[in-house]
Design a binder for this molecule. Structure first.
Ligand SMILES: CCCCCCCC/C=C\CCC/C=C/C(=O)SCCNC(=O)CCNC(=O)[C@H](O)C(C)(C)COP(=O)(O)OP(=O)(O)OC[C@H]1O[C@@H](n2cnc3c(N)ncnc32)[C@H](O)[C@@H]1OP(=O)(O)O
Ligand SMILES: Cc1cc2nc3c(=O)[nH]c(=O)nc-3n(C[C@H](O)[C@H](O)[C@H](O)COP(=O)(O)OP(=O)(O)OC[C@H]3O[C@@H](n4cnc5c(N)ncnc54)[C@H](O)[C@@H]3O)c2cc1C
Length: 636
């Protein structure tokens, strides 16, 4: 029945202050207020409806996305929302679109690598959306290998301009989000050529389309690369293809020539190239920034899936009826708990590691401004490794949540298939996860060679086993005289172990902070222990081989896990309520707040276009002849 909370009995079991946990999840009272207000604003506005996406064609879907993006911008302007509120609104609109790359990469690249002059020229236009930007780095032939990019930017000292060109088919820019049909400008990465000499990959701001009629400028060929995984999902985004035919880059400033050049090198008006003594990898700065935001995104995506699966696991009953009484809630089965609760713990773990990584990125950015590059290698390794670890775990976790919901998890109305389809490219974009782990492995090898076996310093006591595991994995690999490439598969395992150590240690450090609210810290301690012991159980071979735990310890850890699952069980619904997601944002009948699943599933079925007629199109043409044997049947 509408209005009845079918999960009230679950919510009454909670042993902690849910409202206080909402603040912990949001990060602060202010952050909670903004999230709560904006999520309800979006949920209550029919202009942001999203329950019909799976029934639209690609063109209808894309046009609807443009409508929503424009409507969101009008809402932001009309309500005079702050930058923080506007970002939250785009988040809760929950539709991959060109705006993600405009606000999420194009503007950060200018802010992070542009000089005062460039920021003054381009940021006011970008903030007012009088230009729409994308980040055009990947090419048809190269994505992971940035130094392999083929697009060229040749400095013409006669005209003091750059000529941007795509010399080969494989140099076509390929994948940039927003590029296909919307972006008017791009930050394009190209090989800088000055005076006939090549100076590696740099970024350039290039105008792609007329601001009068949106037609591609002279020398620009641009379009969409076609349908992607899943039906609705990421097909709301116009990932594009772009070719430059000797584009005289008259509108732009060579990003590198002034902006990055101040950090990395300079091109003078006389056409002289001057290399400065800063790491050339600063040109990768935007990727590092986005990787740390992706870690926070992982906690959002995983928590959405876990909220759906947890609420549905409490609603669903299957088997176990005693004397005609109610069947057993599937959330009470130990197998369901052993699959679901580690994901619940991971969602909280990724939330806190995302907070720490945001601090680390801000710290390294501040240091770079003072020409202090001392923590750049660690920042690179952490952002790369944690992006890889959290996105792999989240993508796998969303799929596990779909399976935890049985058959109904496969319905679009569960919200899980689309969430999976939209999320999984996170394991690839902003750096293929294996390629990024190889960067971490390289960092670990260097650290071991510099510090000897003691890899990690100043870690909480509870992480000794985790630290020893990493050191053991590295020693086993570094000890043998074989090349990095030969050992890379093993070193990637050590890289994963190192990242897991960071997540566990930061969760433990979080618990050392003052955390208000009845029972809140206790619940987080249970989740931290679940996260740590679940990984220890999953990788117990590594831990046993280090000798720092015995088979008996491993067995005790497993017993403790079961006990911890029993402690979470009465609090599970309250722990996912703490995410404070609206039904609109969850987009899931299985995860609806009131748990009134069956009537909503049944009602939703009849809304499918296929049910607009009781006799389907095609019956008279194909089925009736079949049934009436009017088609000559093969001799049986
Ligand atoms: C439900 C949720 C839905 C969410 C939907 C939201 C909508 C989506 C919105 C946004 C999505 C994002 C869109 C995607 C954008 C992109 O994908 S942009 C393109 C991303 N591309 C990459 O990440 C490419 C990956 N490759 C690289 O980064 C580099 O090629 C490399 C692998 C790092 C290698 O670089 P290179 O060859 O130059 O360097 P090496 O020889 O390996 O190393 C040399 C030394 O440099 C150090 N290094 C390398 N990188 C960095 C760095 N970034 N910072 C600092 N230092 C770096 C490296 O450690 C070596 O150091 P050493 O010599 O001391 O060992
Ligand atoms: C949805 C989506 C959105 C995107 N948006 C953008 C965007 O806005 N802007 C942009 O510039 N790009 C964008 N990209 C491109 C993305 O950044 C690249 O696809 C990504 O960096 C991976 O590079 P690749 O495609 O070349 O993969 P590859 O490197 O070709 O990967 C193929 C396989 O090779 C393996 N491999 C590669 N190198 C090595 C190595 N050295 N050692 C071991 N294994 C290796 C990989 O692990 C992988 O298994 C997007 C991609 C997607 C899917």
């Amino acid at each position: 029945m509408e209005g009845v909370d079918h999960l009230a009995h679950e919510r009454n079991k909670s042993e902690f202050d849910v409202d206080a946990m909402k603040i912990v999840w949001a990060g602060s009272p202010h952050a909670f207020d903004v999230s709560d207000r904006i999520s309800k604003l979006v949920a209550s506005d029919p202009g942001f409806r999203k329950d019909n996406r799976s029934t639209l064609s690609r063109k209808e879907l894309f046009k609807n996305t443009l409508r929503k993006a424009a409507y969101a911008w009008k809402t932001i302007v009309d309500l005079r929302l702050s930058e923080e509120e506007a970002a939250k609104l785009r988040f809760y609109v929950d539709e991959p679109a060109f705006t993600d790359l405009h606000w999420g990469m194009f503007i950060p690249a200018i802010k992070g690598q542009g000089t005062e002059e460039q920021q003054q020229k381009w940021l006011p236009l970008a903030y007012k959306m009088q230009i729409i930007g994308c980040y055009a780095q990947t090419e048809l032939g190269h994505g992971s290998n940035v130094q392999g990019l083929e697009t060229t930017a040749t400095f013409d000292s006669q005209t003091d301009e750059f000529i941007i060109h795509s010399p080969t088919l494989t140099s076509s820019k390929w994948w940039p989000g927003g590029l296909g049909k919307v972006a008017t400008h791009a930050i394009a990465y190209a090989r800088l050529i000055v005076g006939g000499r090549e100076h590696g990959v740099h970024g350039f701001i290039v105008q792609l389309r007329s601001l009068e009629d949106h037609s591609p400028l002279l020398g620009i060929t641009v379009g969409d690369i076609g349908m992607k995984f899943g039906n609705g999902a990421y097909n709301t985004m116009d990932n594009g293809v772009l070719q430059f035919d000797h584009v005289l880059d008259v509108y732009s400033i060579a990003f590198a020539s002034i902006a990055v050049m101040l950090w990395v090198s300079q091109v003078t008006c006389e056409g002289k190239y001057k290399q400065s003594d800063v790491p050339r990898q600063l040109v990768y700065g935007t990727m590092v920034y986005v990787r740390q935001t992706i870690v926070a995104d992982a906690s959002c995506a995983l928590s959405r899936a876990v909220c759906i699966a947890t609420r549905y696991s409490a609603v669903r009953r299957q088997f176990g009826s005693q004397n005609g009484g109610p069947e057993t809630q599937v959330i009470d089965y130990k197998t369901q708990q052993s699959r679901l609760f580690p994901l619940l713990a991971s969602a909280y773990a990724f939330r806190f590691i995302g907070e720490w990584l945001k601090w680390l990125y801000a710290d390294v950015t501040q240091r770079l401004q003072a020409n202090d590059f001392s923590t750049l290698p660690e920042a690179h390794a952490c952002t790369a490794g944690l992006k890889s670890l959290t996105t792999t775990a989240t993508a796998d976790g969303i799929e596990e949540c779909r399976k935890l919901c049985g058959g109904h998890g496969y319905l679009c109305s569960s919200g899980l298939p689309e969430l999976f389809a939209v999320y999984v490219p996170a394991c690839t974009y902003e750096g293929d996860n294996t390629v990024l782990l190889l960067q971490v492995a390289r960092f670990l090898m260097k650290t071991v060679s510099q510090l000897g076996s003691r890899l990690s310093s100043k870690k909480p006591v509870g992480t000794i086993a985790y630290m020893t595991r990493v050191e053991h994995l590295m020693q086993c690999r570094c000890g043998v005289q074989r090349g990095f490439a030969e050992l890379s598969a093993d070193l990637v395992e050590a890289a994963v172990a190192h990242c897991q150590l960071i997540v566990v240690s930061k969760f433990i450090e979080k618990l050392q902070q003052e955390i208000p609210g009845k029972g809140v810290k206790q619940q987080l301690e249970v989740l931290c222990n679940i996260y740590a012991l679940f990984l220890l159980h999953k990788h117990q071979g590594d831990f046993l081989s280090t000798g720092c735990i015995t088979p008996k310890h491993a067995a005790l850890a497993n017993d403790e896990l079961r006990s911890l699952y029993s402690q979470v069980r009465p609090n599970a619904i309250a722990l996912v309520d703490a995410f404070n997601y609206t039904d609109h944002y969850l987009g899931s009948i299985l995860g609806c707040y009131d748990g009134n699943v069956y009537p909503k599933l049944y009602e939703a079925a009849w809304k499918d276009p296929l049910n607009e007629s009781v006799v389907p199109d095609g019956y008279h043409l194909y089925i009736r002849p079949l049934l009436k044997q009017e088609i000559r049947t093969a001799r049986l």
